[in-house]
Design a protein around this ligand. Structure first.
Ligand SMILES: Cc1cc2nc3c(=O)[nH]c(=O)nc-3n(C[C@H](O)[C@H](O)[C@H](O)COP(=O)(O)OP(=O)(O)OC[C@H]3O[C@@H](n4cnc5c(N)ncnc54)[C@H](O)[C@@H]3O)c2cc1C
Length: 381
């Protein structure tokens, strides 16, 4: 990371901390997480102890009060964990399920849910997608009906990361079906309540993350668990998505860089027709092209971080970064697998795992088409 955005001694020291954590705690156990289908929950506590879980949050609740440049350092380093599922599980907690709570939650909610999330005593998940509504968020059907001081919730959420590890969900529900975009609310739902159950889902990749489907049957939760204003959930979730999309770009960048470096070594060691694969011009051209893609993704990601650090609106830039970076990561994974030949098809190969793990990038957290739809509107179509 050579940008001046991340060059202070504080950034350097923090990067060392995250790199050590990644190298000591994540990489050596990457295949164990795959086998278990999730990361050890105790790792969240370790990250909390290292100050990694509340970088941008209010120190009054245990956060570090820093800006997005520190989050970028962290997620690029975590991206080098050789386990995209683990990286995803962590970033869901820090950038996808907690930003709305930190920005809009009441003092009581932040005390009860944000503070333990920052120490790593609890793990969070974001529950937006439903079996019949993904890209079209406004089509969700999970319903919260008010009964005195409680919400009664019925419905289902699917493809939810951290399903097994989560202690609470940041749930998006319909609270007024007649109110259009003002009819949604974000509600904190502890996962130990009666009326909640989940099934785990079996994915083609990202084996180190626990993805599940949740079912809500007459689940009761206090209305006081609503994050921010009742009826503002859709708008708050759209803001929360910006963090989700940017972290997807940045952690994939870290993973792509690691894969590129490992593939370069592989091409130098693999001998074909009497010479190393790296000596073939096809290999050199491919690797040069992939490095250009990685560098371009970095430039877009940095532009987003720079805007956020300056307090500027960054939605359009983040949308373009998501579109470009996730496709760049997919191209890196596809071409690196090709350079590995048959070994790239083996589960033990980093290139093979990257191939299946990066596939989610152009779908999850807003698909390419969702990004293009938004950009086309911004461009006057
Ligand atoms: C591994 C994994 C983890 C996930 N984790 C979470 C999580 O933690 N929490 C959560 O809430 N969700 C999660 N998701 C869900 C994810 O965000 C959705 O899958 C995604 O938003 C797409 O929704 P969908 O699957 O319903 O596809 P659909 O919305 O049904 O899309 C189907 C196709 O239509 C295309 N499309 C969309 N819009 C347009 C358009 N305007 N024009 C033309 N085509 C269009 C899509 O790109 C896609 O190709 C996860 C998904 C995966 C795979």
């Amino acid at each position: 990371m050579s940008s001046d955005l991340y060059s202070t001694p504080e950034h350097e020291a923090f990067r060392d901390t995250v790199r050590r954590f990644t190298e000591d705690e994540l990489r050596p156990r990457a295949r164990d997480f795959d086998a278990a289908g999730r990361i050890d929950k105790s790792l969240f506590k370790k990250m909390g102890d290292l100050g990694m879980l509340g970088l941008r949050y209010d120190p009054a609740y245990g956060g570090a009060g820093l800006d997005w440049s520190f989050s970028a350092v962290m997620h690029e380093e975590l991206g080098r964990s050789d386990n995209a599922g683990a990286t995803l599980a962590i970033s869901v907690h820090t950038e996808m399920a907690t930003p709305s709570l930190a920005q809009f939650g009441s003092q009581e909610l932040k005390r009860d849910f944000l503070a333990p999330a920052i120490t790593g005593e609890t793990v969070s998940a974001i529950a937006v997608t439903e079996p019949d509504a993904g890209s079209d968020v406004s089509a969700i059907q999970t319903r919260a009906v008010r009964d005195g001081e409680d919400w009664i919730i019925n419905g289902s959420k699917i493809y939810i990361t951290n399903a097994a590890n989560a202690d609470w969900l940041c749930l998006l529900a319909v609270t007024d079906p007649e109110a259009g975009y003002s009819g949604f609310s974000q509600i904190i739902v502890p996962t130990d309540l009666a009326g909640l159950r989940y099934d785990l889902l079996d994915k083609i990749g990202l084996w180190g993350s626990d993805t599940g489907q949740f079912f809500f049957e007459d689940l009761r939760v206090p209305v006081a668990h609503t994050i921010g204003e009742i009826g503002r959930g859709f708008q708050q979730q759209m803001m929360q998505f910006q963090h989700e999309r940017l972290v997807a770009c940045i952690s994939q960048l870290g993973a792509s860089e690691l894969l590129w470096e490992e593939t370069k070594k592989w091409t130098q060691e693999r001998v074909l027709f009497g010479k190393p694969l790296s000596k073939m011009q096809n290999t050199q051209f491919k690797m040069a092209h992939l490095w250009t893609q990685i560098t371009a993704a970095r430039a877009l990601n940095d532009a987003c971080v720079r805007s956020l650090v300056a307090g500027e609106e960054a939605t359009t830039m983040i949308t373009m970064a998501k579109l470009f970076s996730c496709n760049a990561a997919l191209e890196v994974a596809t071409e690196c697998l090709q350079l590995h030949g048959g070994y790239g098809l083996m589960k033990e190969s980093m290139a093979g795992r990257a191939f299946v793990d990066t596939r989610v990038g152009t779908i999850g957290g807003g698909s390419d088409e969702t990004m293009l739809h938004y950009l086309a509107k911004q461009l006057g179509f």
